[in-house]
Design a protein around this ligand. Structure first.
Ligand SMILES: Nc1ncnc2c1ncn2[C@@H]1O[C@H](COP(=O)(O)OP(=O)(O)OP(=O)(O)O)[C@@H](O)[C@H]1O
Length: 242
C-alpha cells in the first residue's frame, strides 16, 4: 500500500486575477491526522475544494493513493474512490431520522454488497462510533449543534473512507462538545486512512493533529508538529499572534 494518501503537486488556483492557491505542493500520509490552518483567505477551503473535485486548478495535480490522478475527475468519482468530506456548514435533513442519514451516507456501491441485517449492523456501528447510538430514531432537526456535526461525520464515515476531510468541525461547539469531537477524530485514525482537518481552534488542533500545515496566501508557510508551529516566528506574525 502507498504511504502517501494524497499528493498535491504544483497546484495553482486563480479566481479572476486573484491567486487563491500559489504553486502549492504537499503530501498527506495514511495513518495521520493533518491539520491545515492559516488566516482567513489563506486557501484552506479552496484546497479541499480542489481535492474533492469542486474547483478545477489552473495547473498542478492531485494524486490519490500513489497512482490515481484525481485532478480532473468528477466530485462523484472522487467520492466513490474513497475521499469524503464534511463541509463547513452543517447541512442535515431536518425531517429525516438520524438512522436515515447514516443510511444515505452508505453509498449505493457499498450498500449493494450488504444484506438488510448487515446494513442495520453498519448503521449501528457508525452511530456508536460518533456517539449517537441512543439518537437513532430522532429527527435530525431535534439534535443539538454538536450532535448535528457528529451526525455529518457519521455520514461521511459510513462508507469507510480512505481520506476523510473535515472543514471546521468544531466551529460553534461548546468546550465539552469540542473535547468529544477531538476524542472522536482520534478514534478514527487507522493505518489505511488519512484525516485532513481545517480548523481555527488551535487547542483543538493541538489535541488531534499529528502534523500541521500552515497556509498563507495560497502557499505553505510552515509544516510540522503543533509545538513547532507555535514556536515559528513567521506563523506567529501572520496568524497566531493576531
Ligand atoms: N469562487 C470564488 N471566486 C472568487 N474568489 C474566491 C472563490 N472562492 C474563494 N475565493 C477567494 O479565495 C481566497 C481563499 O479562500 P478560502 O475559502 O480557500 O480561504 P480559507 O483559508 O478557507 O479561509 P477561511 O478561514 O476564511 O475559511 C479568499 O480570498 C476567497 O475570497
Amino acid at each position: 500500500m502507498a504511504t502517501t494518501a494524497l499528493l498535491v503537486d504544483g497546484l495553482n488556483v486563480r479566481f479572476g486575477s486573484f491567486q487563491a492557491i500559489d504553486d502549492l505542493s504537499l503530501a498527506i500520509d495514511y495513518g495521520e491526522v493533518r491539520a491545515v490552518i492559516g488566516p482567513n483567505g489563506a486557501g484552506k477551503t479552496t484546497l479541499l475544494d480542489v481535492i474533492s473535485g469542486i474547483t478545477r486548478p489552473k495547473q498542478g495535480r492531485v494524486i490519490f493513493d500513489g497512482v490515481l490522478d484525481i485532478t480532473h475527475r468528477s466530485e462523484s468519482a472522487i467520492a466513490r474512490a474513497g475521499i469524503r468530506r464534511k463541509f463547513q456548514k452543517p447541512s442535515v435533513f431536518e425531517g429525516l431520522s438520524v438512522r436515515q442519514h447514516i443510511a444515505i451516507g452508505i453509498d449505493v456501491g457499498f450498500r449493494s454488497r450488504l444484506d438488510e441485517a448487515a446494513l442495520e449492523d453498519r448503521i449501528g456501528q457508525v452511530l456508536e462510533t460518533v456517539g449517537l447510538e441512543r439518537e437513532g430514531e430522532r429527527l435530525a432537526g431535534e439534535l443539538s449543534h454538536g450532535q448535528k456535526q457528529w451526525l455529518e461525520i457519521g455520514m461521511v464515515l459510513a462508507s469507510d473512507p480512505k481520506v476523510l476531510m473535515l472543514d471546521e468541525p468544531v466551529a460553534g461547539l461548546t468546550d465539552e462538545e469540542t473535547e468529544r469531537t477531538a476524542a472522536l477524530v482520534r478514534s478514527l485514525v487507522r493505518p489505511d486512512r488519512a484525516i485532513v482537518v481545517v480548523e481555527h481552534d488551535m487547542d483543538f488542533v493541538e489535541r488531534i493533529a499529528d502534523r500541521v500545515t500552515v497556509l498563507h496566501e495560497g502557499r505553505t508557510l510552515f509544516e510540522g508538529s503543533m509545538d513547532r508551529v507555535r514556536a515559528d516566528a513567521a506563523v506567529v506574525e501572520v496568524y497566531l499572534g493576531r
